[in-house]
Design a protein around this ligand. Structure first.
Ligand SMILES: NC(=O)C1=CN([C@@H]2O[C@H](COP(=O)(O)OP(=O)(O)OC[C@H]3O[C@@H](n4cnc5c(N)ncnc54)[C@H](O)[C@@H]3O)[C@@H](O)[C@H]2O)C=CC1
Ligand SMILES: O=C(O)C(=O)Cc1ccc(O)cc1
Length: 368
């Protein structure tokens, strides 16, 4: 489609939306705005946006689609600024915020002006921030949640989806309340738990110096999301306060139960506790990206010599297979080290197995 798209907030999500829209609507004009001028400059330099506007008012004028991809408390301020702007009467405004109830409620001021707002939330991302981490296919196969109010027409929702088709995401419509409850459970609360685990390790590390060195493997996996933007998560917590307070109470109750079975040395109860968790976790869809993106890990047994990583990444690059992460497992003391390479899709991992089979004799194993 032709048209002008205005993206406010050119970080990880705004940048990725810009790239994915450009993929499917190459004739569209993407203009960006960011309070941080450096992000705007970088976005232009990286070709993420066709141009940068110096104010929201300028960028919003004549826009056919406005996407707000700023932290959620800022999103509300931006909605109030947009309310005062001169806008096309056919414009669609949407956002990418991780919470929906307060934002959709705030956007009622746009409805009063006859402007369409459709709450949006692409359920994929990363612990990284900023436009340099943006990727056109960040949302591929992920759910993209939309929370249109009743007065919004199906045609307008379809027009928004058409603009966003290059995300290759799967759209789902739900109410803002449902949205905040579900994302509270699968995304917001886990972030709080991840941060709390890191705090616990940090406190004890003051007296136990081995902790940072031994905090590997599982600890790193479960706390990866604690490296996310503190400003973004502060805003999310403040906006989903009621749901999160209730989840914290449920969690405390759950921990009381675990404490009790442990005190009683209830071996069957403890086993059951882990078994039920494992069964539910193992049943979660593998091929779909959730709030926490699935990473497809490949374990490669490699001889421990300098240059082995660049050798392997070289073969993968030759076959144009993208990797999302690479690390060495240092827990083994044998001759061989284990290289863990993460891919964004199962197909990439499959291609990597074939590639390494072709170029090397290293053994590969799929991570579960
Ligand atoms: N990071 C993630 O994995 C995901 C984040 N989200 C949501 O997307 C939104 C953006 O998050 P990220 O892109 O990750 O953050 P980010 O930190 O990478 O980018 C946010 C950008 O917004 C800019 N900004 C802040 N206030 C602004 C304002 N008043 N006007 C214009 N620009 C402003 C910042 O300078 C920054 O460049 C947030 O609402 C977040 O909740 C949604 C899905 C995933
Ligand atoms: O880094 C991760 O795995 C995430 O959890 C990404 C994420 C962050 C915020 C969202 O609203 C949705 C997805």
């Amino acid at each position: 489609m032709r048209g002008k798209i205005f993206i406010i907030g050119l970080g990880l999500i705004g940048g990725s939306l810009a790239l994915s829209i450009k993929r499917s609507h190459s004739e569209s004009m993407i203009i960006g705005f960011d309070v941080n001028k450096e992000q705007g400059r970088l976005a232009e330099m990286l070709g993420v946006a066709d141009g940068i506007s110096s104010t929201i008012e300028d960028g919003a004028r004549d826009a056919d689609l406005i996407l707000i991809a700023a932290p959620v408390q800022e999103t509300q301020k931006i909605i109030h600024i947009l309310k005062e702007c001169e806008l096309k009467n056919t414009v669609i405004i949407s956002d990418a915020g991780s919470t929906k109830k307060e934002i959709v409620n705030c956007a009622k001021v746009l409805k009063e002006k006859g402007i369409t707002f459709i709450g949006g939330h692409p359920m994929a991302g990363s612990h990284k921030s900023g436009v340099t981490a943006a990727k056109a296919l960040l949302f591929e196969n992920a759910f993209y949640l939309l929370t249109p109010e009743e007065h919004v027409s199906t045609a307008e929702v379809e027009r928004l989806k058409e603009w966003l088709t290059g995300t290759k995401a799967k759209f789902l419509t739900l109410s803002p309340e449902e949205h905040d409850y579900i994302t509270g459970i699968v995304s917001h609360f886990p972030h709080m738990v991840a941060a709390s685990l890191v705090h616990q390790a940090e406190k004890t590390s003051r007296s136990q110096k081995l902790i940072p060195r031994l905090a590997a493997g599982g600890f790193r996996d479960i706390t990866r999301i604690a490296s996310s933007s503190p400003a973004m998560w502060r805003d999310i917590l403040l906006q989903n306060k009621e749901v999160l307070l209730k989840l914290m109470e449920d969690w405390q109750e759950e921990m009381e139960n675990v404490k009790s079975i442990l005190r009683q040395e209830n071996s069957e109860g403890i086993f059951e506790y882990f078994l039920r968790a494992k069964l539910f976790r193992d049943e979660l869809p593998q091929k779909e990206k959730g709030a926490i993106p699935a990473f497809y890990d490949l374990f490669v047994d490699v001889p421990d010599y300098p240059g082995v990583i660049s050798e392997i990444t070289g073969y993968l690059a030759k076959e144009e297979i993208s990797i999302t992460n690479i690390r060495i497992l240092e827990t083994r003391e044998e001759i061989y080290g284990v290289l863990v390479i993460s891919f964004q899709t199962e197909e990439d991992r499959e291609r990597a197995i074939n590639c390494l089979e072709q170029y090397t004799s290293y053994e590969t194993t799929i991570g579960l």
